[in-house]
Write a protein that binds this ligand. Structure first.
Ligand code: MSP
Length: 646
């Protein structure tokens, strides 16, 4: 039976719109999910929104709408954001979903029936921002460590979960399961919390103070307190207690969170599960914060980074790659657009993009654009390259399950660097000069194509669109989710004779200056040309339509063509554009006279005549420069000479 894999993100509060922090956790979950599918597991990926509680009521009232309308709106924004970052979740849960409400009430009743929930009066220091009571010890200089505000004194009769009873069980469990909470620094933090006496957990609010919540099944004067409601989403989404998905995916779950919500996930949740008779989760994976200018993101400082704007400006895959490559999972990382642009240009445009372009260009030039056979036996340079790729395959398999995303990517880049060096050292262009070394040339091109194919498959969990694009150009039409590590990363898997497609640069180089000036939103791309191609400004100044109309563009057919004597670049053409015109065109390096005769071209017919190498030219043939190659502009279907182009 295939292995089951289940990954969750926190369910995000709907009092703010998605920012880079939410995007990071969700992209990490997506990469893990895609990785496990790639390894052949049956996977389930859950994300969603947390919609009850004081904070939400306050945000709704600030927006001047009812909570229901407000949560629908913001939850909708989260839901529509994720597909645009290529997030492949299987289910989006909302704590206002009736199925979730039923499961929360079921668990509350079960734990209450077991005598683990009791009613009592409580007086303490309460932080409104956190929606919870604080102990003196938890406060920093008498203030909430998260909000830096002074908690207010509050007395209330409420329901309590007997969390204290589970303290020694939890200590034993964490100590005997070293990977239960990881990385280790967060496991140590939880053990440090547990060195102090664990108090019981207040799990309710009276309805008169908070009606926007789930009513307790045993006392409808109260609703559940935020964590008892929210944490249960991880099992309610599976249909607990009797859904088939629950049987399949619990308890193999991997929770992903940032350090802000370590305590609820590291302490409340395992003890709640224990009390409800549910097996503990498999792993709690905790990451650090993305910081802006060394500080927390803040609305008032204008440092909230919006993921969609970045993805639209730089491309979804470049954004995903940057987040996973830049942050060491578990530690904080600084975000800056400069760093993103630097990685895009260096790692993606140069290392990955250039190797791919070089490989395809050489395939087109030397072996007719088709996958060649290995022409000769593999020699040391190839076995070295394969050895490096083997190391990468192993590190990829080992590091990703341990959350070492940056290490897995670094290892892929070691293979790319090795391949770029391989090209420079074997020099296919020299092999191409000697017909006797053709078998060797075939082996070199084939090896490079193989490496690119394996790399495409390996980057697929991180950059699914890029992986598909690369494979498609290599003649493989597979969707990223259908790729499998075992089949798709083995050396030699390409089919001989299949045509490859040169195409555009995978990652056009980006100039930071243009990017910063670019207004956000679709179409704001500042992408210029490929790494090896000089960039061109995207647009000229706008002109009125009437001015454009004054350019007389005509469809033509080339009747005669010859090389202009003593010129490397010029061809003299006679073109039929309803009348015969002599045109001198600078296309001799890309087109032979024989190729030109009979070609359909587009001619600028009303250019003032010019003399080139002493020959009069009355018009200009349109062409596009694509890197080193020049391509004639032509019509899709044949048209009669002299027709106007508009
Ligand atoms: N609703 C609760 C979670 C309930 S889970 C049962 C909540 N929501 S939240 O909207 O505040 O999301 C917190 C999570 O967002 C963090 O744990 C992390 O996943 C992500 N991040 C928010 N800010 C972040 C950074 N600055 N950096 C990295 N991740 C951050 O807490």
């Amino acid at each position: 039976m295939t292995k089951a894999f289940y990954v969750t993100t926190p369910i995000y509060y709907v009092n703010a719109e998605p920012h880079i922090g939410h995007a990071y956790t969700t992209i990490v979950a997506d990469v893990l999910n895609r990785f496990h599918r790639f390894m052949g597991c049956e996977t389930f990926f859950l994300t969603g929104t947390d919609e009850h509680g004081d904070k939400i009521v306050q945000a709704a009232s600030a927006a001047g709408v009812e909570p229901r309308e407000y949560v629908d709106r913001i939850s909708g924004i989260f839901r529509s954001t994720w597909p645009r970052l290529n997030i492949s979740h299987d289910h989006f849960i909302r704590t206002t979903d009736p199925d979730h409400v039923r499961t929360v009430q079921y668990i509350l009743r079960k734990v209450h029936d077991a005598g683990e929930i009791y009613f009592s009066s409580y007086k303490g220091l309460y932080c409104v921002g956190c929606e919870r009571f604080y102990t003196e010890r938890e406060l920093v200089d008498g203030r909430c460590p998260d909000h830096d505000t002074e908690p207010v004194e509050r007395e209330e009769a409420n329901y309590f979960f007997r969390m204290s009873r589970y303290q020694s069980w939890l200590i034993d469990y964490v100590e005997s399961h070293p990977d239960f909470i990881r990385p280790e620094r967060y496991r140590n933090e939880v053990l440090a919390f547990l060195r102090e006496p664990l108090e019981d957990l207040c799990i309710s609010r009276p309805v008169e103070r908070l009606s926007w919540g789930i009513p307790l099944p045993f006392d409808d004067r109260y609703v559940t307190y935020v964590w008892f409601d929210a944490l249960i989403n991880y099992v309610s989404a599976l249909g607990y207690p009797d859904g088939g998905a629950y049987g399949r995916y619990w308890p193999v779950v991997q929770h992903l969170i940032a350090k802000d919500i370590l305590k609820p996930h590291g302490i409340y949740w395992p003890t709640m599960l224990k009390a409800a008779g549910i097996a503990p989760y498999r792993h709690l994976n905790v990451h650090g914060y993305w910081k802006i200018n060394e500080g927390k993101m803040s609305k008032s400082k204008g440092t909230v980074v919006r993921p969609l704007e970045l993805a639209e400006t730089y491309g979804v895959d470049a954004f995903r790659y940057f987040l996973l490559r830049e942050m060491v999972f578990g530690l904080d990382a600084g975000f800056s657009e400069e760093a993103l642009v630097q990685r895009l240009n260096a790692d993606l445009a140069n290392d990955l993009g250039n190797l791919f372009s070089r490989t395809l260009a050489m395939t087109a030039k030397y072996v007719d654009g088709r996958v060649p056979p290995f022409g000769s036996g593999l020699e040391e340079p190839e076995t070295d390259l394969m050895g490096q790729l083997e190391v990468t395959r192993r590190q990829f398999q080992e590091e990703i399950p341990k959350l070492g995303f940056h290490k897995a990517l670094m290892s892929i880049w070691e293979s790319l660097n090795a391949a770029n060096k391989y090209v420079d050292s074997v020099g296919p262009w020299n092999l191409a000069k000697d017909p006797e070394r053709r078998p060797r040339l075939l082996t070199v091109i084939r090896s490079l194509l193989e490496l690119n194919r394996v790399v495409a498959a390996l980057v697929s969990p991180f950059m699914p669109e890029t992986a598909e694009k690369m494979l498609q150009r290599l003649g493989i039409t597979r969707k990223a989710p259908d790729l499998r590590f075992d089949e798709d990363t083995r050396w030699g898997g390409l089919r001989e004779g299949v045509a490859v497609v040169k195409g555009d640069a995978l990652f056009p180089r980006v100039e930071l200056k243009t990017v910063q000036a670019a207004p956000p939103g679709p179409g704001a791309s500042s992408a210029s040309e490929s790494a090896s191609i000089p960039s061109e400004p995207l647009l000229e100044e706008a002109i009125p339509f009437e001015l454009f109309q004054r350019v007389d563009l005509r469809a033509g057919i080339v009747k005669e063509a010859e090389v202009v004597p003593k010129s490397k670049k010029l061809l003299r053409l006679i073109v039929d554009i309803g009348e015969e015109r002599q045109v001198v065109a600078g296309i001799a390096q890309d087109y032979t006279p024989e190729e030109m005769v009979g070609k359909q071209v587009i001619v600028v017919a009303n250019l003032q005549p010019a003399r080139l190498m002493g020959i009069e030219s009355r018009g200009m043939v349109l062409a596009v420069r694509d890197g080193k190659a020049l391509r004639l502009v032509t019509t899709g279907e044949p048209v009669a000479p002299g027709r106007r182009v508009s």
